[in-house]
Design a binder for this molecule. Structure first.
Ligand code: PGA
Length: 235
């Protein structure tokens, strides 16, 4: 299984900045080969998905797209919501669900997140389920293993996100065991929270992937991170 690298742009970037990110992306063969090593995914704000999609296609980059949320309701009269059918034409394969920023600022509950996971599964979108200690038990109780069949499990400690204080690898290894008991050992286990070029190799050695927020915003910084991440991947 390829290791996952998931860039999470959050609610950042405008049209010009997305175009610029792809323009800056190195075009040489070695850089393209570097991308092939990973299951590389970018979570783009909804309105910018078509631009990201056409930029990826134009440059023939092995990059997949993720949404940063998904409706819990399916198609219908739900103003403001985006369901899998809305995303179909844009080749979106993944969705980050349950991110702690949405719990905090949008007051998302474990029940709502469970409903979104079920919707993702109905719509053939692979969910990247984010969890943290205060609610990971409650979240697991609301989901059956069938709901999680195509999902990835991302441990995202709120204290580590955007703070520069990444979880220690020792602590993460304990959390991994605990979470695999609560959820399943067969779900890819991802870590997110202040991952950067300096620490990504350690996290990828222990985990099946990483979510990268801040360090994915600049294309050249992100390529540098990929180079460091590749050291954790055995040929
Ligand atoms: P960060 O964000 O890399 O900026 O800490 C990670 C995340 O929110 O998933």
């Amino acid at each position: 299984m390829k290791k996952y690298i998931i860039a999470n742009w959050k609610s950042q970037k405008n049209t010009a900045q997305v175009a610029n990110w792809f323009q800056q992306f190195p075009k040489d063969k070695a850089s393209k080969n570097l991308l092939q090593i990973f299951e590389l995914i970018i979570a783009v704000p909804y309105p910018l998905i078509p631009l990201a999609q056409s930029s990826i296609e134009e440059r023939q980059l092995p990059i997949k797209l993720a949404a940063q949320d998904l409706s819990a309701f399916g198609p219908g009269a739900f103003t403001g919501e985006v369901c899998p059918e809305n995303l179909e034409a844009m080749s979106v394969e993944y969705a980050i669900l349950g991110h702690s920023e949405r719990r905090r600022f949008l007051k998302e509950s474990s029940q709502l997140i469970a409903d979104k996971i079920k919707e993702a599964s109905r719509g053939k979108i692979k969910a990247i389920l984010c969890v943290d200690r205060p609610y990971w038990q409650e979240q697991a109780r609301l989901l059956a293993s069938a709901d999680l069949e195509n999902s990835l499990l991302a441990y995202e400690p709120a204290s580590a996100i955007g703070s520069g204080r990444a979880e220690s690898v020792e602590e993460l290894s304990l959390v991994k065991q605990e979470l695999q008991e609560i959820y399943s050992a067969s779900m890819p286990f991802i870590y997110g929270g202040s991952v950067n070029a300096g620490n990504v190799e350690d996290y990828l050695t222990l985990c099946d992937g990483a979510i990268i927020g801040t360090a994915s915003l600049d294309a050249l910084e992100f390529v540098d991170l990929l180079y460091h991440a590749s050291k954790a991947v055995k040929e």
